[in-house]
Design a protein around this ligand. Structure first.
Ligand SMILES: [Zn+2]
Ligand SMILES: [Zn+2]
Length: 333
């Protein structure tokens, strides 16, 4: 089969990913093989390609927003039969036994594996997945629409939950890429007032088109104090900016897996009055199931930009340079 690998991590202009020929993988115990129909491009893939996220092993295949159909099953599988349409997410497996797994917090598992980082992902013709960690996809969702929901959507949902904003409350969203525009739609459907702070007029326009209540520059001031915010932009310098825009008791949830350095915080202006700064780390399967249900119920739709799988390098380059709004999805022809 054909597969993209992270060959020499570095700036995207240096060509860190390469397409190679590989043997079709054979599912082991508990695994199924997924024939990939499409795979979303996540910013994490770019961080991995560029070396911001240290590779766990040489030659890993990126991609953790995988949509496809099971075409082979390993020994001992029972949940997903051949022909089932599934989504393969970031969380590839957990140990099921550590103190975090035992307390309903498998997103903090001490020995997890992640798709497209520890184990090969979906920038390929096929990939393997532990059947317990794949999602069966509802029929009302086509392949291209489903792909960005699997990481961008689920992580955004967990960040939204972490921000503590309730229906009717005021939510700030900093940065407006793939994850943010899905989260904004869900927040609006849940009756929140949504203020988007992002660079780029295209992104601001998209936010307003989706029904957000305001859109302005990333370092601007929202028109009202916020009950909670989500920082999607990987820009640590926005942390104090976003904290200052919170109302008393508000929470800033940092959604990214990578963030540039956070400047020194001013306790009085940025943290006092019980403002909370929290990160969001991966997600549980329960988050994923809940989000996919809500996404179908409320018609949460990604704005997608299709690319051929053969053009994965160009899609990453376009993502690095902010050449599109929404989410890129790679298609096998
Ligand atoms: Zn991702
Ligand atoms: Zn665990």
């Amino acid at each position: 089969m054909r597969a993209w690998i992270v060959d020499r991590p570095g700036p995207i202009a240096t060509g860190p990913v390469r397409r190679v020929e590989r043997d079709l993988p054979v599912p082991g115990p508990g695994e199924v093989r997924v024939r990939v129909s499409c795979c979303g491009v996540c910013r994490t893939d770019l961080h991995l390609a560029e070396g911001d996220l240290a590779p766990r092993r040489y030659g890993v295949v990126p991609g953790h927003e995988v949509v496809g159909v099971v075409d082979a099953v390993g020994p001992g599988t029972s949940r997903l039969g051949v022909g089932t349409r599934v989504g393969v997410p970031w969380l590839g497996s957990t140990d099921g036994s550590c103190r975090f797994c035992a307390s309903g917090r498998e997103n903090l598992c001490l020995s997890p594996t992640f798709t497209g980082w520890d184990v090969d992902g979906g920038y390929a013709d096929a990939c393997l997945v532990d059947e317990r960690f794949a999602y069966e996809l509802p029929a009302g969702l086509d392949d291209e629409a489903a792909a960005p929901l699997l990481c961008a959507g689920i992580i955004g949902y967990r960040a939204l939950t972490t921000s503590g904003v309730r229906p009717g409350g005021r939510l700030g969203i900093y940065g407006f890429g793939g994850s943010a525009h899905l989260t904004a739609q869900l927040a609006l459907a849940l009756g929140m007032r949504v203020h988007v702070l992002t660079r780029g007029e295209g992104n601001q326009r998209l936010a307003l088109e989706l029904g957000c209540h305001s859109a302005g520059p990333a370092d601007g001031t929202p028109p009202e104090p916020l009950d909670g915010s989500i920082l999607f932009a990987p820009a640590g310098e926005l942390v104090p900016v976003a904290l200052r825009a919170l109302d008393r008791g508000g929470t800033l949830a940092v959604a990214g897996i990578w963030l540039s350095d956070v400047p020194v915080l001013d306790y009085e202006r940025e943290l006092f009055q019980e403002r909370v700064l929290r990160s969001v780390t991966a997600n549980t399967r329960a988050d994923g199931e809940a989000f996919l249900r809500l996404a179908v119920e409320h018609g949460v739709r990604a704005t997608t930009v299709p690319y051929a799988m053969a053009d994965a390098d160009r899609a990453l380059d376009d993502l690095a340079h902010g050449r599109f709004s929404g989410a890129a999805v790679l298609h096998n022809g």
